[in-house]
Design a protein around this ligand. Sequence first.
Ligand SMILES: [Zn+2]
Length: 260
Amino acid sequence: MNVFLFTDVEGLPGISAMEQIDRTGESYSAVRENITDCIIKTADFCLANGAETVYYLDGHAGGGNVYPDRITNAVKIDKHMCAELLAAGKIDCMMEIGNHARAGTVGGFLDHTMNSGTVFAYKIDGVEQSELSLHALVCAAYGVPTVMCCGDVAACVQAKEYIPDIVTAPVKKAFVRNSCECFENAYEIIKAAVKQALGNYKSIKLMECPVANAEVEITYYRTDMCEAAMQKASCDYVRKDARTLVKKLGKITDFSCYSF
Ligand SMILES: [Zn+2]
């Protein structure tokens, strides 16, 4: 059994304020420690529960967040390698680490979808998606289930909207968007969730894939943000309104299928 960890930072243990994840800020080195530590510990839990190889993808803001030299119990991969491993049948299940709720979630710590500065909502066939659901759909296209979500309480509750069987590890709770309370026993929670998820990963149902001709709809905060996206777009699309672009999803093969 090989496990793939898709990592983000907002939902990590020990991150409780928006300022902490400012890459130019003083506290960012602590974030790098946090994510590195979380990958090492989670990979250890996976290995103790039957995993042969653990892969991880440093997914926050294009990567460069972890100290890869310190991670000796998991293999670093990028999105391209991930799609290749999925296609080759080398990944058996996926876990989201450090996850956050989709844009527009009450009580979601640092809720956003794809880009916190520009994206108001991202929908597939009218259903709002989260980063977890978008990642899970790529894995599901290869028959690989998303079995665990570690993040804030809202992210964990929301994960079950998409994957009812998913095992969750809530490690913090937000009352307003930009700050939260971290739970002291976060790693006990993650340890138990990994054990439960890997104990019966084959029985955790795949996220349901959209129909072949599904429509993707992205709404930006402002008209100019939509227009900037139109200038960069590399696919056929329709401008539905001032702030919204629509395209056909097509076949899901890798993580690039969502971009315009
Ligand atoms: Zn992030």
